[in-house]
Design a binder for this molecule. Structure first.
Ligand SMILES: [Cu+2]
Length: 126
């Protein structure tokens, strides 16, 4: 078992807490830890309710990566392992799916390194 599963699990736990905490009000802040490594983000799907301000704390388990949310003015460098984290804020104004991806060429599988923020409107019919 590689040691990377512990932070991955933490991320999932934080995500669960975030969803629960977001139900009550509009200006809720949800903090999610994201682990970047060749060639994935964990968690790769982040669900929040509409109206939430999402704070992503992205850190790497290996080399430098990037974190970009195309079309939303977000593109930051993720420092290499143990060199800190990148903090990204994303306000979930509209329900939908927002792709994020690695923006720094990090090896042969770089193009597969992406995920989604899913913004859910609990009042929508569909
Ligand atoms: Cu990359």
């Amino acid at each position: 078992m590689r040691r990377t599963w512990v932070p991955a699990l933490l991320g999932v736990l934080l995500l669960g807490v975030g969803i629960t905490g977001a139900r009550s009000a509009g200006q809720e802040r949800v903090v999610v830890s994201v682990l970047a490594e060749r060639f994935s983000f964990t968690p790769s799907e982040i669900r929040v309710l509409v109206g939430v301000t999402l704070e992503l704390r992205v850190r790497s388990d290996d080399t430098m990566h990037g974190f970009r949310i195309a079309g939303h003015g977000v593109n930051v460098a993720v420092p290499k392992r143990r060199q800190g984290e990148a903090v990204v804020e994303f306000v979930a104004r509209t329900a939908g799916r927002y792709r994020f991806e690695c923006s720094r060429l990090c090896g042969a599988g770089h193009q597969f390194m992406h995920g989604e923020i899913v913004v859910v409107d609990p009042d929508a019919n569909d």
